[in-house]
Write a new protein. Sequence first.
Length: 618
Amino acid sequence: MLLQRLVEYRSPDSEDESSRSYSRTRTVRWQLDLSPDGKMAELVDLADPSEKATKFGKAIRVPNGGRTSGIAPAIGADDAQYVLGWCDAKSKPDRVAKAHKAFVELSRRWLREHPDDHAAQAVVAFYDQGDPPSPRDGDKWSSKDLVIIAVGGNEVTDSDSLWSVWKSVVEERKSGSGARSGFCLVCGKRKPLLDRMPQALPKALVPRAEQEIALISANKRIHTYDHVEGLAGSPICVDCGQAAVANLHAILSDERSTFTYERQRTRLAWWVTRDADSDTIRLLDERPDRIGEYLHSLATGRQRRKPSGANFCSVTISGNVARLMVHQWLDMPLEQAEDNVAAWFRDHKIMPRGQDRPAGYPIWLLVTCSGQWVPDNSPRGGRYIPMWDKAADRPDDLAHLLLQSGLHRNALPPHLLAHVVRRVRADLHLDGPRAALLRVALTRMPGRSGGEPAAVLDETQDHPAYLYGRIFATLESLQTRAYGQKNLPNATFFHRYFSGAVANPRVAIVQGIQLMPAWLKKLDSAARETGGSPEQRVLAEKAARAARRYRSAFKELYDRLQAPPAPLNDAESQSWFVMGYFHQQAHDSQAARSALSWGEPTTAPGNDTTTIEGTNQQ
């Protein structure tokens, strides 16, 4: 089914590429300019170090049919060893001579099959003279530099006859020495069959690939079920083989149709059948503000969809040396996939501190926030280590897990909870993205013992760990209100006890109860300072109101505990503690901006930020 969907795919520029079978855009270093009569006019170096796009040469679509260890020339453009016979210190002179001879012979075939083509005439006339140019002194070059031939200023790859010959050459090579016909497994028609796939995927498009990647490979008997070499056990016709590779290459080359992240071991490519598209699927990697608009449209009922009858397809891949590894293949109705994405955002949206409505986050931000947080003096207070940094401590399969959960509603493994909780404790940092990642991991955890965590503070949730987290946040807030943000001690209640409280809240809560009278005494003292100016009386009233509310809030939470605080020995319980702590902080932050403020707005928890340094997303 994967190959069938790839063959059916039509890219936006498929019309332009239909006559350019077995081609690829590559960086060309040299251009051999010939006159119409075949005399060499100039050898032009296309590399321009002053421009990033042309630092190593010019990007040009050239013939490409994949090449193994054997000699297999392209036509009109190829390595310098093929086109000009250049041999560097790493190459074998005998092999280079054979490669050059094969390229010349293929050029002569072009002329034999199209004797009226002026470009073919000029190329053959040039080689008949037997004097190809040598490397110039002072130039840096190698035998594998790509060279293209131009006649009269026009690249020979503009000739339709060249591509006609090239198509025949590749199909002859890939069909093997004993060309065979049969029924194709992809299209079901009787056609000439391939012995090998006609093209390979560039290793730059496939994570962990060490060489160009074959879509289907069976070059050893041990690789097949019936111990035959080539594709005899998987009959694929020439047309389907070429279309499948070319279309997968086009999808992987389109940033709008792929999800890929640095130091993650897989890449997900997706497309929609019937020439349809989906902005909803693309939201998985959009900016947080656009996700917020989408969530608001869902909440207000403004999001409407018309049935399209199209299917959503996605394939998750990685490379193993020169072979393609398919980790997961999805093919489902587009409406179902979009419903899964909507459920993904519902399951992880969270009320951030400093905002008035729940927010959702893109996959890249959820992956980023799973890494190490480094404090600094910036307005954000720190940054996440970039994805490319080995010290980031991110699971290398996290993007794959999150994408599959978002697209297919897959469960998330318990080790994700344990990793995020460990990073929160080690970094002493919790923000909206991390809380969202914890929430969705807890919601989609198989065998979860409690109910689903809410996006906002859940006043009805009686999970002991959730209540422990809320109590800790209340005690931390009380200390901040009592001292004021600028007069807090260097080692605050949070910095002294939070990391340990996640696993064993008993010590922190007991210490908080012992310190609580002193903090309340500060508020009571401020409440008695009613003399003086009207401003002082207002501050005194605020302090009195805050003291009453903290006493009431703490008593209400502590009375709901069914037993004394106990250790939290598993990642699920520890996650509930962190969720309760974050929800209470977000609730306090929202209350501080409303008429129900507990005190001065400046004492509310800080706002969350979704701008993460070290990523290429905006």
